[in-house]
Design a protein. Structure first.
Lengths: 904, 110
């Protein structure tokens, strides 16, 4: 029997058994060996153990390989469970270390998740409709006005819809405000007062194309979307129904009043449906055929040149956007040939709804969002470096345990795997905590959205997608910060460890020191960004917006919704101003069509100076403008540098006048003195009466955002250029009377016309809130990141210094015994620490110089390499680092030399 | 998995076990399947509790100076599943010769 021990099949089994999970290996080997041996001995008994049979035994032995393969999954899960339980035990045994690591990770992951959910809310979260990814927007671009890019005329829409071969269906929509009330406003009672809501005029098939079903009632029937003014029906939005109609379950069939006209409610939309735009919560949907009741007239139905509606559509299954775009452009080309006057040169571009959204979000939001994500990523790296440092420190204390494990046969891979399990567990717990933090962070950011006169509704709270990203990020984090320490720790010198000596494995560079340098580098970069943003906010506060918001009350008045025409509106406004100015508390009152820093949109042009001829088509300079009443400049406290304000005598009968800003004067006439008294006109207005004389020059200001370059601006007298919807500005005598002034204004308006809704109320600083939102949020977030970075880096430095001191206790004792003073010892320790810090600062400054260029577009009034910030941050960091080194140094110096020496 | 239907191979092995072949090698010879097929199948059957395994008595093994072998038995659940499988695979009914004697060398050579 003994000779069988050397049999080839036994060797084979031995070889194969290497891949069998350790736990099962002994049994497995016994089973196989027993079977083969038994067979071999049987054959031997019968004297049949010849070469052929031996070969067949070997062949059977090879089958063991399949068996061993089959057992592999058991090994993985077996060892994984073992690893997890061991890791949990180890982490529990060192609660301080675990707590610090989890906290650092939670901060890093939480901050990243919060930013991610904000970006998600803006850019990535799809519309809450059926299959949102399929929704496609068709932009119709003409050769004329770029401002109507994206809008199409009704006849063109009808033709596109009928003639295309690539869309399952298309719908049209356009946003509109309206005065909504439950009953016909007769008196001035508050409950009857109409409120301005934002809704949409839509084609009859809108709800079907969008793929959303009403909560109550129904959408629109086909006949309601065909003929003009025959079916006054409306579908309400959920939040409006809740708020203004008290969630009346019997609302379907009732009559409500839009712009003073009766409409029948046919349905209510569910809470999740906002409308066609992802960031605005619409209050109502009305068939486009009723557009006349909303001030649009009826010409749009047949006028091919009047671009009115926006197009959403769903492609037919299996078609790509490129194919559909080609198809639509073919149709557009055909239309251009049939109707050359209106459609010449028009073409169509398709984008998905999500893609289009990305384009529309202002540059600041998009860029800022991604930038914030980058900085948050840096903070996460910092947290990882911190935890990696902690792990290295821990590994040093566990060297003995690791050494023993290696000695009794654990492979290095096994050790690495186990340490990685620990770090992934830390990351998982940190991630869970970070998830909670992210909710809080997103909520905080949500509250910073300033009050604007639009029903903005963006949800920043983290959702399922963000959760998936967070889980992936946590796992990656665990691997990133765990891998290097694990690899380093498993290379322990066995002999030294078991003998109980310190792990004096001399490396050419100290990994913990390198980590500290990395931490300092990253924190400098983050702190400099923070400093830049904070200073930018300071500069923003000092920027002159061109008006003063103290004691200013602003309200939007929209008589256009009640079908006032230009003349009627002007009469209304004249009377309103006359009444207001005599009221107590009111210093001055005026009206304007555009409010500064609230995304001014009106522009006129091209500008043609007196005596010059019209520029060629698509050339020439347009300028932003606003129509104002006399007294505007005094009310808004915009300084008139030269000349005079408009007066009541500058009306339709008088010669045309205009006021421009300083930038306009510089641009068109060289200097302000030159400009006064000059005349110009707009292109294509060639009669002599169209020349406008410049009677005043206003100070420059910011008109759209705080970040804009100097812009030209014009102020036209509204009495010469009638306009219906305007904003009322009242400059109150003092802050105390602001509320009463608001009440007075409301009363006067109601007395003139009780049906007229008033909206968009903003008082004092609220006027600037939107403009300052960007700089404020940036400064707030950057400061948070900066603070986190500082805390993490200081923690890291402190722990490394403490460890370094403990390592050198015996050396310190020796030095002190040999006569070194306290100061010498402190200096020794501090210099060791500050060496790392200074290297980190140098690297960080270099990095910051290179990287902050990316911020320059978002900064106001300071450059990306603002020396004050750089120097200030450096000094602050050096001071804090000195403190972090000094405390351990002091402790080192207080060591009793005898105790220290005895530790040898 | 207990409710999953047995494949023909697994049913064959189960039937062989039911017939009284207990050791891996015997099942190999009785069914003609390769060792690489049988042992994974045995493990799977054991995982789903259709069969159970035991080591033979140490005294016997020591007497013959070889390691103790592992043998398998069908459990009650296994018998039920086997009955269901026999309903599906008519061929199984032909494999029902109980093992009475040990396999002789003659079968090996053939």
């Amino acid at each position: 029997m003994r000779e069988h021990k050397r049999s080839p099949w036994l060797w084979l089994l031995r070889f194969i058994s290497l891949i069998v999970p350790r736990r099962l290996r002994a049994d497995w080997r016994q089973e196989w060996e027993a079977e083969l041996q038994w067979r071999a001995s049987q054959l031997a008994e019968w004297q049949m153990l010849n070469a052929k049979n031996k070969l067949s035994l070997l062949w059977h032995g090879a089958g063991a390989f399949m068996d061993a393969l089959w057992l592999q999954p058991k090994r993985w899960e077996d060892e994984l469970v073992q690893d997890i339980r061991f890791a949990a035990r180890m982490l529990r045994r060192a609660p301080g270390y675990t707590a610090v690591a989890v906290l650092a990770l939670a901060l890093g992951i939480g901050v990243n998740t919060a930013i991610l959910s904000v970006v998600n809310g803006f850019v990535l979260r799809p519309l809450p409709i059926e299959k949102p990814a399929e929704l496609v927007i068709a932009h119709w671009g003409g050769n004329r006005d770029t401002q109507v890019w994206g809008r199409i005329s009704w006849p063109n829409y009808m033709d596109l819809r009928e003639q295309n071969k690539s869309f399952a269906d298309m719908c049209a929509w356009i946003g509109t405000p309206a005065a909504i009330s439950a009953g016909e406003s007769r008196g001035a009672g508050d409950s009857e007062r109409a409120e301005v809501g934002w809704g949409e005029l839509v084609s009859g098939n809108y709800f079907d194309v969008m793929g959303v079903r009403p909560l109550l009632g129904r959408g629109f029937l086909p006949e309601e979307g065909r003929t003009l003014n025959t079916h006054p029906v409306v579908v309400l939005g959920y939040s409006w129904w809740q708020r203004r109609f008290q969630a009346d379950p019997a609302i379907v069939g009732k009559t409500i009043y839009l712009n003073g006209q009766p409409f029948t409610v046919t349905g209510v939309m569910p809470e999740s449906f906002l409308g066609s735009e992802f960031y605005l919560r619409k209050a109502f949907w009305v068939p486009l055929m009723m557009a006349e009741k909303f001030g649009r007239g009826t010409a749009w139905k047949t006028d091919r040149a009047k671009a009115l509606v926006k197009l959403y559509g769903r492609l037919q299954p299996g078609l790509t956007m490129a194919q559909a775009e080609t198809d639509l452009n073919l149709v557009a080309g055909g239309l251009a040939q049939l109707y050359p006057r209106e459609n010449a040169g028009s073409k169509i571009q398709l984008t998905s709804e999500l893609g289009g959204r990305y384009e529309e979000a202002t540059w600041v939001l998009r860029y800022g969002g991604w930038l914030a994500l980058c900085i948050a990523g840096l903070v996460l790296l910092l947290a990882c470096a911190n935890v990696a440092n902690l792990m290295l420190a821990r590994a040093a204390t566990r060297a003995r345990e690791i050494g023993i494990r290696l000695a009794i046969g654990a492979g290095r891979g096994r050790i690495v795997r186990q340490l990685l399990t620990e770090s992934v567990m830390l990351a998982a717990v940190g991630g869970a905590l970070g998830w909670a933090l992210a909710h809080g962070g997103a909520a905080v950011i949500q509250t910073t959205i300033p009050p604007v006169p639009y029903p903005i509704s963006i949800d920043f709270s983290p959702d399922g997608d963000v959760l998936k990203w967070m889980v992936v990020m946590s796992l990656l984090t665990g691997v990133i910060f765990g891998l290097a320490p694990a690899l380093l720790a498993s290379r322990t010198d066995l002999v030294a460890v078991i003998k109980g000596m310190a792990t004096g494995r001399r490396r050419r560079w100290n990994p913990r020191g390198a980590l500290v340098v990395a931490q300092v580098t990253i924190s400098i970069v983050v702190l400099i960004c923070a400093g830049l943003f904070v200073r930018s906010l300071g500069q923003a506060s000092k920027t002159d917006p061109g008006f003063r918001s103290e004691n200013l009350v602003v309200m939007m008045i929209t008589p256009g919704l009640l079908a006032y025409d230009g003349e009627a509106s002007l009469r209304f406004y004249r009377e309103l101003l006359r009444r207001l100015e005599s009221r107590p508390g009111v210093r001055m009152a005026a009206l304007a069509t555009e409010l500064p820093l609230l995304d001014s949109r009106q522009s006129r042009g091209p500008i043609v100076r007196e005596g010059e001829s019209d520029p060629r088509p698509n050339q020439g300079f347009m300028s932003e403008c606003s129509m104002v009443t006399p007294g505007y400049f005094d009310t808004a406290r915009t300084r008139l540098v030269l000349g005079r304000d408009f007066t009541d005598r500058d009306d339709a009968a008088a010669p045309r006048v205009i006021i421009v800003n300083q930038e306009f004067a510089r641009r068109f006439y060289g200097s302000e003195q030159n400009t006064l008294g000059k005349r110009f006109r707009f292109a294509q207005q060639t009669s002599p009466g169209d020349l406008m004389e410049i009677i005043g020059i206003a100070q420059d200001g910011r008109y759209k955002t705080l970040y804009e370059a100097p812009q030209t601006y014009m102020f036209l007298p509204v009495y010469q250029h009638p306009y219906t919807d305007m904003a009322l500005l009242i400059s109150a005598q003092s802050a105390a009377v602001l509320p009463s002034v608001v009440e007075t204004a409301r009363r006067e308006i109601a007395q003139l016309d009780a049906r007229l809704p008033v909206g968009g109320l903003m008082m004092a600083e609220e006027n600037l809130a939107l403009a300052f939102w960007g700089p404020r949020v940036a400064a707030g977030m950057a400061s948070t990141f900066g603070a986190l970075a500082l805390i993490l880096a200081t923690m890291g430095l402190y722990s490394v210094m403490t460890y370094a001191v403990s390592q050198r206790t015996s050396e310190i004792g020796l030095r002190m015994a040999l006569g070194a003073s306290l100061r010498d010892v402190s200096r020794l320790i501090i210099s060791q620490g500050m060496r790392m810090v200074l290297i980190g600062i140098a690297l960080g400054l270099a990095g910051a110089l290179a990287l902050t260029r990316a911020l320059s577009g978002l900064l106001l009034g300071i450059g990306a390499t603002d020396p004050l910030t750089f120097i200030g941050v450096t000094i602050a960091l050096v001071a804090i680092a000195l403190l972090a080194c000094w405390i351990p140094a002091r402790r080192a110096a207080r060591v009793d030399p005898l105790v220290a020496l005895r530790q040898e | 998995m207990r409710h999953k239907y047995l494949s023909f191979t697994m049913a064959l092995i189960l039937q062989a076990l039911d017939n009284g072949y207990r050791y891996g090698f015997e099942i190999m010879q009785a069914t003609g399947l390769a060792s690489g097929t049988i042992y994974p199948a045995l493990r799977r059957l054991e995982d789903t509790l259709l069969i159970k395994s035991r080591w033979e008595k140490q005294s016997i093994a020591q007497a013959e100076q070889r390691p103790a072998r592992k043998y398998y038995e069908v459990t009650k659940a296994g018998r039920e599943v086997l009955a269901e499988a026999r309903g599906r695979f008519k061929l199984l009914e032909q494999v029902s010769a109980p093992a009475e004697t040990e396999l002789t060398p003659l079968t090996e050579e053939a």
